[in-house]
Design a protein. Structure first.
Length: 281
């Protein structure tokens, strides 16, 4: 399959963990079977479709005048390939932290299993949607707009590769937001009995990690700001919707959700404020 990402290893790991959790109480709050088949079909289909708009990258780079947004044109000058690996680390954190929170605070074994599966479903669905859009958009990455002699070989995205025309939307941003928001939403709907401060703190860390992941992709020259903005919106939308559809809210879940989302918003703002070199704003 053409579209690959190490994040899929985490999805397999979460399913393994979920299968091994014991059940101390019955009836996890899943409303219907998790549609893994639909998500997998999106992922497989997106990975196999041919790209409709690819061209050879000239030695001098593509013409920056072809970039529509000033915000994106300015970001071409931001290049720090060392952040490429840092964005991967934050991506893994965006998967590991919500899962750890679910295992620690989820309650019964069945409830924890449902939380891990919900997060895995949101991540898999986000992967499939992203793969389809990447192929349809076939947008060249920022490094294709600079002369070849100014590029480096630090990180696979700095040399022509399969992913050269997979800039929009950012897969890292989509997956990070889908994973963190689905984790936050699951706890809000399944454990509204937790103190509001815990929901807010959990949401804060989720927003902080996801936003930092997205910003590092811009700093590393792997994506334009609009790539990560779109990816963040798609991922957050999926992360919010999957638990809403799949998890039966318990009394007080509305209030817990508001506290959690307020925390996510605060974490997002904090990441933008403390990362001025990576913030596209």
């Amino acid at each position: 399959m053409r579209h690959r990402h190490p994040f899929f290893l985490w999805i397999l790991a979460t399913l393994t963990v979920a299968g091994g959790l014991g059940a101390s109480e019955p009836a996890p709050p899943l409303k219907k079977p998790v549609p893994h088949v639909v998500a997998a079909a999106l992922l497989a289909g997106g990975g196999q479709l041919p790209s409709p708009r690819r061209q050879e990258i000239p030695p001098g780079g593509l013409e920056p005048a072809g970039i529509s947004w000033d915000l994106d044109r300015d970001s071409v000058r931001r290049k720090d390939s060392s952040t490429y690996l840092a964005s991967d680390r934050f991506l893994y954190a965006s998967a590991a932290y919500p899962m750890a929170a679910t295992l620690a605070l989820g309650g019964s074994g069945d409830l924890r299993t449902a939380g891990v599966l919900t997060q895995a479903e949101a991540s898999l669905l986000a992967s499939g949607v992203t793969a389809l859009i990447k192929v349809a958009a076939s947008r060249p990455r920022p490094y294709t707009y600079v002369p070849i002699e100014t590029r480096t070989d630090e990180g696979s995205l700095w040399v022509p590769s399969e992913g050269t025309y997979e800039s929009f939307p950012s897969g890292h941003a989509t997956l990070a937001w889908a994973s963190t928001v689905s984790g936050a939403m699951f706890l809000a709907r399944s454990r509204p009995d937790l103190p509001p401060a815990e929901h807010a703190a959990h949401g804060f860390l989720c927003g902080l990690i996801a936003t930092t992941t997205a910003l590092l992709r811009v700093e590393g020259g792997a994506h334009f700001p609009t790539d990560v903005i779109a990816g963040s919106a798609i991922g957050a939308g999926i992360g919010f919707t999957v638990p809403l559809v799949q998890v039966a809210g318990r009394p007080g879940s509305g209030k817990a959700t508001r506290w959690s989302l307020a925390g996510v918003a605060a974490g997002t703002v904090a990441a933008l404020l403390v990362s001025p070199t990576t913030s596209p704003f």
